[in-house]
Structure formats: C-alpha cells, structure tokens
Design a protein around this ligand. Structure first.
Ligand SMILES: NC(=O)c1ccc[n+]([C@@H]2O[C@H](COP(=O)([O-])OP(=O)(O)OC[C@H]3O[C@@H](n4cnc5c(N)ncnc54)[C@H](O)[C@@H]3O)[C@@H](O)[C@H]2O)c1
Ligand SMILES: O=c1ccn([C@@H]2O[C@H](COP(=O)(O)OP(=O)(O)O[C@H]3O[C@H](CO)[C@H](O)[C@H](O)[C@H]3O)[C@@H](O)[C@H]2O)c(=O)[nH]1
Length: 329
C-alpha cells in the first residue's frame, strides 16, 4: 500500500517523504509546486496538480493503492492571511474538503494532518497542552482549526480517522545536506538570520523588544524538521494499528527568544549579523512553547535533535551549500 503526501515537495513534506522512503514505504506526492520544489523530492511518484482538482484526485486514488494520507498542502503565511483571508479559506479549508471527499469516494480511512501552534492564539499558560483554549489570533490559525473540526466530523459521520499534529516552529535541514528550507518569500526567523550572515540581506529585523519576556523579544519552541518527519511516520502507524483520532503538539518544550536565536547563529557562523529593531508584527503571541508529553507517551515520539545550536548548525550547512536554495525560481 502507498501513502499519499500532499505538499510533499515543500519543506516539511520533503523531509517526511525522505523518512518514509528510508522506511521502505511506497510514496505518492500531490503538489502544485506553488511553494514547493521538484528538486526537494528524493523519490516517490509526483502528481503535479492542485488539491482542489477533484478529477485529478479521483484519478490519483484510482491509479494507486493508497491506505493513508499525510496532508501538508496549504498556505501558511500569517501576515498574508490577514491581508487576503479568502485565499486561506479557499486553499486550506476548501482544499481539505476536496481531499476528504476524494478519500471518502476512494474508501481511504486514515489522514495525518499538519496543524499548528497558531490554533491556540495567545496561550492561557505555557507550556501549552492539547486541551488548552484554541482561539486563533489570525486567519491562518483559524483555517487550520476549521480543518481540524472538519476532520473530526468526517470521523464521527464517516469513520475517517485523523491525527492532527500541531507543530511549533519547524527548523533545520536534513542530515544528508540534500534538502532544507527554501520558502519564497522567506518569512521564518532562522533562514532569514542565516541569509543575513551570508550577506544576502543587510540586516535581520527584530519584531518588537517590548514583550513580557526575559529580554523583551518573542519566545518560540524550535523543533527539528527531521524529528517532525519521524512523528508523521509514527502517526500513520498509530492509525494503521486501528487507534482513534487524536491531536498532538510537536515541540521541544524549550523556548528561545529572537535575541537568543540571533546570538546562537552568530556563534555557529562566526559572522556578523546586523540587527534592526522594528515594531511588533501583528498577531505574534509573546511566548509559544509546547508540552509534547502526549506525543511522547502515545506515539512513543522522542525528538533527538533538540539543541538549538545543532538545529542552526544543520540549517547553516544547507544555506552555505545552497545559497540560492533549490535555484529553480
Ligand atoms: N514551517 C513551519 O514552521 C510550520 C509550523 C506549523 C505548521 N506548518 C504547516 O505545515 C505544512 C507544511 O509547511 P511547510 O513549511 O513545509 O510549507 P511549504 O510551503 O514548504 O509546503 C507546502 C507545500 O504544499 C504545496 N501546496 C500548497 N497548496 C497546494 C494545493 N492547493 N495543491 C497542491 N499542493 C499545494 C506547496 O507547493 C508546497 O510544496 C503547512 O500546512 C503549514 O501550515 C508549518
Ligand atoms: O524577520 C523576522 C522574522 C521573525 N521574527 C520573529 O521571530 C519569531 C519566529 O517567527 P517565524 O516567522 O519564524 O515563526 P512564527 O512563530 O511566526 O510561525 C511559525 O509557527 C507558527 C505556529 O506558532 C505557524 O505555524 C507558522 O506557520 C510558522 O511559520 C516571531 O516572534 C517573529 O516575530 C523576527 O523578529 N524577525
């Protein structure tokens, strides 16, 4: 049986495809390449097309024996979602509906889904647990929560089981050096800091230093992309074993401030990284740190690449060897 990976040519998707292939799984990828890269695919069978194309989905399911889906394909820029909400409801919510309908038609009963810490909004406490209040502060987080709720009803009514993985901040690159982070436009802190070290940007902007945190800058929980990939494989197996639908946080449980990330990058690269302090970015909570105890106990997940310095060193290796990313745009 094969696993369908939507968005498999993207950052987290490509690392998960690699992990699945390493474990001998047959992989089918659906990606419209709007932010993904063909070169990020280390194997698998690619269908180049859109999630919302029901005819393509029907063809894909009829041509392959798929028993589980891992669903990464989405738009995921918080700022853009606050300028163009319709794009997010269309691609994320309608796209997921299209996928679930195609799964129903094909009789596929398992889906593992990319959710996000953004479903919580401003946390009521840290570390955040799965049962905590979910009140998104941006459209992106709201669409991900809607997708979770839609899957919950497709389970109740149709028996399609899901695992929703709420990632915190994905970071780092594959140990092989072959794949890494190449978002266009790039909005994530670590790649932007490393592009500044490479002198591709004049400075890194620090969005606000008046937060109620030890050094005034936002605190985030950075989790290695390969540890995320491992969690997806575990989640598929959890569903294959016949377990019930579930929701898990995925993070390291340790927070680092924006200033600490920049300082660590200076240490790793040995280079100057100029900083300019700018106003807060709309919709940014001060602190987001995960409790991943549930994923550890239920999925047996045990992230191994947890040191921020090592995560940044791996990303630095990728940026040095691929200064233009995949170079396909
Ligand atoms: N990067 C993070 O820190 C982070 C954190 C939490 C959640 N997430 C979620 O994880 C998932 C993957 O994130 P990423 O950073 O790898 O993003 P990415 O942009 O690199 O990957 C998304 C992939 O989906 C594809 N895609 C998008 N819409 C599509 C459509 N309609 N049809 C077919 N393909 C489509 C893109 O071309 C791309 O290859 C997203 O759902 C994102 O919301 C990411
Ligand atoms: O140039 C920059 C970019 C970011 N930041 C700050 O660095 C921190 C991390 O920002 P990222 O953009 O790297 O990540 P986010 O925490 O905003 O978002 C990530 O995690 C979210 C969940 O928490 C969502 O899932 C989202 O898709 C994912 O990119 C934030 O405090 C942000 O304000 C800066 O100071 N300067």
């Amino acid at each position: 049986m094969a696993i369908l990976v939507t968005g498999g040519a993207g950052y987290i998707g490509s690392h998960t495809v690699s992990e699945l292939l390493d474990r001998g799984e047959e992989v089918v990828v659906l990606d419209n390449l709007q932010t993904g890269h063909k070169a990020a695919l280390l194997g698998g069978k690619l269908y180049e097309g859109d999630l919302r194309d029901r005819a393509l989905l029907s063809k894909l399911f009829s041509e392959n024996s798929i028993d589980a889906v891992i669903h990464f394909a989405a738009n995921s820029l918080v700022g853009e979602s606050m300028q163009n909400p319709g794009k997010y409801y269309d691609n994320n919510v309608f796209g997921t509906l299209s996928l679930l309908e195609a799964m129903k038609e094909a009789g596929v009963r398992r889906i593992v889904f990319s959710s996000t810490a953004a479903t919580y909004g401003e946390p009521e406490k840290v570390p955040i647990e799965e049962g905590d209040r979910t009140e998104p502060t941006n459209v992106y987080g709201e669409t991900k929560l809607m997708m979770e709720r839609m899957m919950s009803w497709f389970d109740k009514v149709l028996g399609i089981k899901y695992v929703s993985l709420r990632y915190f901040n994905a970071a780092g690159a594959h140990e092989s050096g072959k794949i890494g982070e190449d978002h266009r436009p790039e909005s994530h802190l670590i790649p932007l800091v490393l592009q500044t070290a490479l002198k591709q940007r004049p400075h890194i902007a620090v969005f606000g230093e008046d937060y109620a945190t030890p050094d005034g800058t936002c605190v985030r929980d950075y989790i290695h992309v390969s540890d995320l990939a491992d969690a997806h494989v575990r989640a598929v197996n959890y569903l294959r074993e016949g377990n019930d639908s579930n929701v898990f946080n995925l993070g390291n449980g340790q927070g680092f401030s924006v200033r600490e990330v920049i300082e660590t990058a200076r240490k790793v690269t040995g280079l100057d990284i100029p900083v300019v302090v700018e106003p807060r970015r709309a919709g940014d909570p001060a602190i987001l740190v995960a409790s991943s105890d549930k994923a550890r106990s239920v999925l047996g997940w045990n992230p191994t690449r947890t040191r921020l310095e090592d995560i940044i060193r791996g990303a630095w290796g990728w940026h040095q060897s691929h200064p233009q990313g995949y170079g396909d745009e």
